[in-house]
Ligand binder design. Structure first.
Ligand code: ADP
Length: 247
């Protein structure tokens, strides 16, 4: 693949906090339809990389190109509008609203709509909510208040709240933390079904899950890429075994 075909190109990315380089001269490239997993020891810079991509943290150097457009100086809400969705570890769902309502309020509404247009649009919104609910295994829970969902179902609901905005890049921070084995398997299935026309970046510590989902793995260590490639490649890389997998 040549450079312009990448959905996301991160080049020479650097950020310092009080002189400490949390991410240093980092480059990596993500293609469309790819599930990229970022692994590495605590403090390696994984969360900071996602913070940089979504505009929460500002880089001190380097570039981030999304669909060939430089986004490293855009505000967080502009980056969302460009098509990047980010899920944090703790789900930010509305506990006192139903599954349906949580999805409904997440539906992107560019401008206010009136009359017949609003009616037509509402039907489309309902169809989209049904479709997303199916995808996230919550089709039979649309009327349930979110507070009564299991931990895993809450994680899926938040993924659904992002998916309804149709992001071209979805970034997930430890999506299966605290999930049962069955939920973890379903989450892998979910991710494998949603990567048409988009890419997913996942930070993950659960190596069994990484094996199930990763097309490519980027191993970070001290803010730099230590190793990159298929799971089979990185898990046999002696440097990765030494700093991470061997522990
Ligand atoms: P990981 O997600 O791989 O565990 P982080 O990206 O959270 O690592 O952190 C990388 C390093 O940067 C850590 O040493 C952390 O303490 C530091 N760091 C992250 N964010 C900040 C911040 N806002 N201010 C100061 N130091 C930070």
């Amino acid at each position: 693949a040549n450079e312009t075909s990448f959905l996301l190109s991160v080049e020479g990315l650097t950020v310092s906090f009080d002189g400490f380089k949390a991410v240093e001269n980092l480059s990596f490239y993500v293609e469309e339809n790819e599930i990229r997993v970022i692994i590495g020891p605590n403090g390696a810079g994984k969360t900071t990389v996602l913070d940089l991509i979504c505009g929460r943290t500002r880089a001190t150097g380097g570039s981030i190109k999304f669909k060939s457009k430089e986004i490293s100086r855009l505000r967080e809400d502009r980056i969302v509008a460009e098509g990047i969705g980010r899920k944090f570890q703790n789900p930010s769902i509305y506990e006192d609203l139903s599954v349906f309502e949580n999805l409904e309020i997440s539906y992107p509404r560019g401008h206010s709509v009136f009359g017949a247009l609003a009616f037509k649009r509402d039907a489309a919104v309902r169809d989209r909510i049904d479709e997303i609910a199916e995808t996230i295994f919550l089709a039979d829970h649309l009327d349930q208040r979110a507070e009564h969902l299991s931990h895993g179902q809450k994680q899926w609901l938040e993924i659904g709240m992002l998916l309804i905005q149709d992001p071209k890049l979805l970034m997930l921070d430890e999506p299966v933390a605290g999930m049962s084995v069955a939920e973890r398997v379903k989450t892998a299935d979910l991710l494998n079904r949603i990567i048409k026309d988009r890419a997913v970046i996942v930070i993950e510590h659960d190596m069994k899950f990484v094996e199930d989902i990763a097309h490519r793995v980027t191993v970070l260590h001290q803010g730099k890429v230590l190793s990159e490639g298929s799971m089979g490649h990185v898990k046999n890389d002696p440097r990765v075994v030494e700093v991470y997998l061997g522990h």
